[in-house]
Design a protein around this ligand. Sequence first.
Ligand code: NAP
Length: 283
Amino acid sequence: MSAQLIDGNALAKKIRSEVAERVAALTARGHQPGLAVILVGDDPASQVYVKHKVADCESVGMRSILERHPASLSEADLLARLQALNDDPTVHGILVQMPLPKQINPQRVIETISTAKDVDGYSVQSAGDLLCGLPGFRPCTPYGCMKLIETTGVSLKGKHAVVIGRSNTVGKPMALLLLQANATVTVCHSGTPDLGVHTRQADIVVAAVGRRNVLTADMVKPGAVVIDVGMNKKDDGKLCGDVDFDAVREIAGWITPVPGGVGPMTRAMLLVNTVESAERTAA
Ligand code: NAP
């Protein structure tokens, strides 16, 4: 039997409408949430991402502050702008679109953003909070994946989850969130000799690699929940994930499509983190 589709668009829409209600309540009290988005240079993909973030803010009634800087911007000038935004009480979230020009150290930039406004959840402090199970902002993509898994109704307690990929922004925080939800977690990476040995035992598989067909049908346990984070291009130029979707959906119990799965949830969770930041400030 074919797997049930986990509809990221529908869930993101529901979450956005809940955020819009929270934004309206804050705005009525004089605390309209604000997200500052900084773009350095003119990378075409970054321009599209930033445009989406600004439109998402506006769609829920948040204020967006878009700052565009030339690719020649110095690191010192960018850090000074971030300090100013840290000190601005009308700004509740700050994000700097990656990648940055080579004269700017991205980690130094991330660490300059106040932890209270680190709505991407990328700072060492935010990562440490997640590691220790303390409150803090969770990186939007894995946070969104957890919400997608939640909609299946599958309890994670005692289940075996396999995460493919160990980046600081997706794979590692994903593994920690699954661990926090009491799953038994295995993390695979480019040095894992036989991925299938692990994934065939998994009740939940999260693929976050960036390579087509990393997960094929013979690697999936019947009935498993499959979350596809990957964003790749097919030969015809269309977007696809890391999972061999057509074949895997015949084996899995639940599966996210690409597009329409993790992508819209990443965007929605940025709004959730920003409204939460504004609520903390207004409390
Ligand atoms: P990344 O930083 O390049 O990390 C990729 C990870 O995959 C690394 O840990 C790497 O292992 C591992 N890997 C590479 N080849 C592998 C293989 N053959 N078998 C097993 N593991 C392998 O990428 P990322 O930022 O985590 O993103 C992963 C994918 O998700 C990309 O396609 C990205 O575009 C997509 N993404 C989507 C969203 C969304 O909203 N939909 C958000 C973020 C990212 P090593 O550590 O050993 O190198």
